[in-house]
Design a protein around this ligand. Structure first.
Ligand SMILES: Nc1ncnc2c1ncn2[C@@H]1O[C@H](COP(=O)(O)OP(=O)(O)OP(=O)(O)O)[C@@H](O)[C@H]1O
Ligand SMILES: [Mg+2]
Length: 314
């Protein structure tokens, strides 16, 4: 297949590994910086250029779109989709995963376990909002937070209220969750590819912290997720429409609870901890899905959809 990887930096571990895995399997592969893709949008067809040349005939695209370029990156990806290119993670699925509130709502609607979560806008509602959640400890999370920064634990109602007041004063978006104490500072990253968890790692918080992020000094080791954990992770990815996802679970008394579904999960930590060729699994999944007939329809009489599927039709 002719494969594009949308990534801002071809030197990043995950990007390099995907390129390597694609070449090893005989595919042609090119890394495209999403911010250098530009496009023509018109009712008679779509076109996209890169550094002065048309991007055409890609069979598949693997998006590795960082949070800071979500908007433009997903517009580029959507353009590929409109031109008939296969992607395991469509633009809409990435947008659902990136919006924490929406993601929680979609997962809960499918009956997938989550820590009970509340959010609200008006300071006058804080008292009742916390009553809806139940007694502390509470975990307060900034929506824009990542790698454990912006995740706070409060032990008393007064502490929850004052942290919430401070965040509102800063116009920050946040959500408040029940604290799952029995997770004991550990979470489980399940790497989902299609209908399978291809690798999993357990991350353990350093002593004295409840956050297991590796950037906060957590440690990782490869583990086998249980059948129930695998099922929850696969259902969570599917609920958002992601073919490739990193699903973070915590183990609770009432079973595995989803903390986050990552649409561009990193490969370094998980490959190192598990010893699994995760990049290879992603490429094989994409290769199996993207096959398009070698002989494409040509000449007049093609529908617009067919013309778009051929790629650069101008
Ligand atoms: N409700 C909770 N109960 C117990 N521990 C939690 C809870 N929420 C988060 N944690 C711990 O804190 C860590 C960080 O939380 P979380 O993953 O939600 O935020 P983040 O890593 O900063 O953001 P993101 O994963 O969305 O980039 C988790 O990996 C987990 O170990
Ligand atoms: Mg996290």
């Amino acid at each position: 297949m002719k494969l594009a990887i949308l990534s801002r930096n071809s030197k990043l571990y995950s990007t390099r590994r995907l390129v390597e895995a694609a070449r090893e399997r005989g595919h042609s592969v090119r890394v495209l910086d999403p911010l250098r893709c530009y496009m023509r949008i018109a009712s008679d067809g779509f076109a996209m250029h890169y550094k002065g040349r048309a991007l055409a005939d890609y069979d598949a695209v693997v998006p590795r779109i960082g949070a800071s370029v979500t908007r433009y990156g997903t517009a580029v990806l959507r353009q590929f989709e409109l031109m008939g290119t296969y992607t395991p993670n469509p633009s809409d699925a990435i947008l659902k995963a990136r919006d924490k509130l929406r993601c929680h709502q979609l997962l809960a609607a499918q009956g997938i376990g989550l820590p009970a979560t509340v959010f609200g806008d008006n300071p006058d509602d804080t008292h009742d909002l916390l009553a809806m959640l139940g007694p502390p400890p509470h975990v307060i999370k900034l929506n824009e937070g990542t790698q454990g920064a912006g995740v706070m634990l409060t032990e008393k109602p007064s502490a929850s209220r004052s942290v919430i007041e401070a965040l509102r004063g800063l116009y920050a978006n946040f959500l408040v969750q029940e604290f799952v104490a029995e997770a004991k500072g550990a979470d489980l990253r399940c790497f989902v590819v299609g209908d399978a968890v291809v690798a999993a790692m357990k991350r353990q918080a350093p002593k004295g912290d409840f956050r297991s992020n590796l950037h906060r000094g957590g440690t990782a080791k490869g583990v086998r997720a249980s059948a129930v954990e695998q099922e929850v992770a696969i259902r969570a990815a599917r609920a958002l429409g992601l073919g490739v996802a990193g699903v973070d679970l915590i183990r609770s008394k009432r079973g595995p609870l989803v903390l986050e579904v990552n649409a561009s999960p990193g490969l370094e930590g998980i490959e190192e901890a598990s010893g699994v060729d995760v990049a290879g699994a992603v490429i094989e999944f994409v290769g199996g899905r993207s096959r398009r007939p070698r002989t494409r329809p040509t000449g007049a009489g093609r529908s617009l959809a067919e013309k778009m599927a051929v790629g650069n039709y101008f």
